[in-house]
Design a binder for this molecule. Structure first.
Ligand code: MN
Length: 250
């Protein structure tokens, strides 16, 4: 993809919806933060909506953990949200992001899955970790994590303790990811089919796996996966006619 293709495309298109995810923003990666700021400044105008499908942040341990870094991102999103509606669904890294911070960013929090009619097609939007059902161990943790009492308990811990826990959880997850079979880290085709069947959906949009692709499925269905922003950006553009994945080096 040529460097300016996305900008040109965005400038030319009519109705369109943009989807991104897995930016994993952190103070350690100013290059990703800059790329995100450029994207918000130059590439969203005229879009019907921007969906962020989770793992916007590398880690989120509560809306009380504000820093210059997180406040600058909130400001940037807030400005952008005055031009284009922004929606956010939680990822596994930022499942504790709450209504307070979302409001500061001008983004609306979505349920999982978000079900919407997008240009005439029933579309599901979610982070995607719930579809990785082969990873039993992770799903067990996920069920615990989703319980309101667990969130309340975690959020009631002192900030410094939560920071330590988050560091340990990240190190552990990195180690496990290296050990696990690549197949169980991907979505389960059965889980995808069951979810799409349940909502009679034609389109399923997610991130999490860091395997950007547009998969054509039986019955005119599509599974669209946005990639991470580690070395390149990844933007899914859905228009009434087609869906396209764009990427360019950071
Ligand atoms: Mn994830």
């Amino acid at each position: 993809m040529k460097p300016d293709t996305l900008t040109q495309r965005a400038a030319q298109c009519g109705p369109r919806t943009l989807i991104i995810g897995d930016l994993h923003l952190s103070p350690n990666r100013p290059d990703i933060t800059q790329a995100f700021a450029r994207f918000l400044d130059n590439e969203i105008d005229g879009a019907d909506a921007l969906y962020i499908v989770g793992d916007l942040f590398e880690a989120w341990i509560g809306d009380d953990d504000l820093s210059d870094f997180t406040l600058a991102i909130a400001d940037k999103l807030k400005q952008a949200s005055e031009r284009v509606p922004i929606y956010f669904c939680h990822g596994n890294r930022d499942f504790l992001l709450g209504p307070r911070f979302a409001q500061r960013c001008g983004m609306a929090l979505l349920p999982e899955p978000e079900v919407l009619e997008l240009y005439g097609e029933t579309t599901l939007i979610l982070h995607g970790d719930s579809l990785c059902t082969e990873d039993r161990e992770y799903q067990k943790f996920r069920r615990l994590r989703n319980r309101p009492w667990f969130r309340m308990l975690v959020l009631s811990l002192p900030l410094s303790l939560r920071q330590g826990l988050a560091r340990r959880a990240r190190a552990r997850s990195k180690m496990q990811t290296q050990m696990k079979d690549a197949r169980i880290m991907d979505v389960s085709p059965k889980a995808v089919e069951a979810l799409m069947e349940k909502y009679d959906a034609r389109r399923l949009i997610h991130g999490h796996t860091h395997r950007p692709a547009i998969h054509d499925l039986p019955q005119r269905r599509q599974r669209l996966v946005v990639g991470d922003w580690y070395t390149q950006d990844s933007v899914l553009v859905v228009t009434p006619e087609e869906s396209m994945l764009y990427s360019r080096a950071l």
